[in-house]
Design a protein around this ligand. Sequence first.
Ligand code: FAD
Length: 623
Amino acid sequence: MFYQQEFDVIVVGGGHAGTEAALAAARMGSSTLLLTHNLETIGQMSCNPAIGGIGKGHLVKEIDALGGAMGLATDHGGIQFRTLNSSKGPAVRATRAQADRSLYRLAIRHAVENQPNLTLFQQSCDDLIVENDRVCGVVTQMGLKFRAKSVVLTAGTFLGGTIHIGLENYRGGRAGDPPSLALAARLRELPFRVDRLKTGTPARLDARTLDFSVMQAQPGDEPVPVFSFMGSREMHPRQISCYITHTNERTHEIIRGGLDRSPMFTGVIEGIGPRYCPSIEDKITRFADKSSHQIFVEPEGLNSIEVYPNGISTSLPFDVQVNLVRSIKGFENAHIIRPGYAIEYDYFDPRDLKQTLETKFIQGLFFAGQINGTTGYEEAGAQGLIAGANAALQAAGKEPLTLRRDQAYMGVLIDDLATMGTKEPYRMFTSRAEYRLLLREDNADIRLTAVGREVGLVDDQRWAAFNAKIEMVEQEQQRLRGQWVHPEHAAVSQLNEHLKNPISREHSLEELIRRPEMTYEQLMSIEGIGPGLADPVAAEQVEIQIKYAGYITRQLDEIAKTQRHENTLLPVDFDFSKISGLSNEVVAKLSDARPETIGKAARISGITPAAISLLLVYLKKHG
Ligand code: FAD
């Protein structure tokens, strides 16, 4: 039975990839259906209640710059905000927020329910309608058929999901949710390469049974950071602290004693887990010399008694979990509300995807999120937005949207996946990007909002706010370039207090900001020069663009150089070890990947622009 006429786009799954995909397609004017197991779990965080962090915060800002929901939902749901790496350069500064799990979910639900062109339906998708290698719709558990021009699949950890606690295991999509078995079986009939990955989560604790007085409190930053370019501090709920405690030798002894009943160490779990988010049993085995590991004690919400002990993810048997938790300072009387567990699930080799996230074998079928081998809400949201946008563009017969590696972390993420694939859960780091200085959190809107506007992802309100900001920044830059301070200027004595070398000739305000010891804020505090911009975001942009102009230009030159050599051929039997100056790791990576062109070599993760320069010099000399 066809319940409704054909949609342009159907999105399967209401997690982080699915909601961004559905919102993106609907924003662009496509009639869109979001089909998900359970409407109550739309926007649900399966694991830790936090958004952002290094590399991930960059993705959230990019999603936001393209009109996505994650940044604003975090501003509505964040209960502790921090800027990580705040003392380092702007490229690696990253925003992170502890989120109230239910406020975040409600904010996403609100966005979804108030999005024009978006229809919701609660049912499991059990089958895809495929005709002549083209997807034409989906079939639900009760046999309802929905037809569409494109389908975006975002089933997360649910495909063939198996939950493990000790040597016990059962089928599930995540704790409390059913697995997706019929769809997983159907997908295995299609010509995709499928494998298994695993991920895990810690036990959740009852806050009333913990002694916070012996833990170290960790308040958020002041002034409180804001995530969205359209966000504000006024959106934030009440802010609270997180806490820190540690594992100890006794904890590690208990864990070692339970390894013979660990599904990971007895070979019951075959899927590979996230290297950068290992379980506690993995950590104490891999880093056997460490006598203690840090645990961030994170509240799950303002009105929740649940606490998430970040750092002790485990799939050990429940009795071992109880003992290990109670061996930790402050947790001596802890009551576990939900056991920790690991989950194994199907994922598809992302090398079977185009850069648009459309599958190579079935036209109109897009994959996004955890099913592509990634881990994390932000990585899922980023893929969802791009897949949803491309599903909408294809349905409308328009050109696709792809982002380059020098344009966005989203471009890096998708290019890494589609070019190199992944054998372990892939998460974003700033080190994965070659052009970090260009891909900053602070300029995500400058990089992407116009791109989003062009394809219909960015609404009038965001577009107007963006243009007002850009105008403000440009006007201020012009003023700083055109206003001069000479040695007799009334403000000079005040100015010299901030400078290493007092000024002895005329300087523009722009030149003064370029000095490492001078900040925009300091300069503007001087009478006769300030007050400058009141908007701290625009002021930061002015300062970063001036201070880093030299480095940014150099990076733009490098990009131009690499693009010039994009199609320069590399011989098939090229011996990379002959190039002096290349590290063994780089030689190994190049020899393994055997790129046919310089462009392809440059896109291999870990191959730096410096390595490409050495390669080019060698080819020029010997080519
Ligand atoms: P999900 O958030 O899983 O959403 C999938 C959605 O699809 C759900 O709404 C589901 O109901 C729906 N769905 C599935 N199949 C169907 C179907 N057939 N029909 C209709 N609807 C369907 N991330 C980290 O970064 N670090 C971690 O340490 C970490 N640990 C994790 C531990 C566990 C136990 C789990 C479950 C996840 C963990 N994650 C972790 C991963 C994080 O939750 C995911 O990366 C993120 O949620 C992926 O988003 P997604 O949208 O791809 O999928």
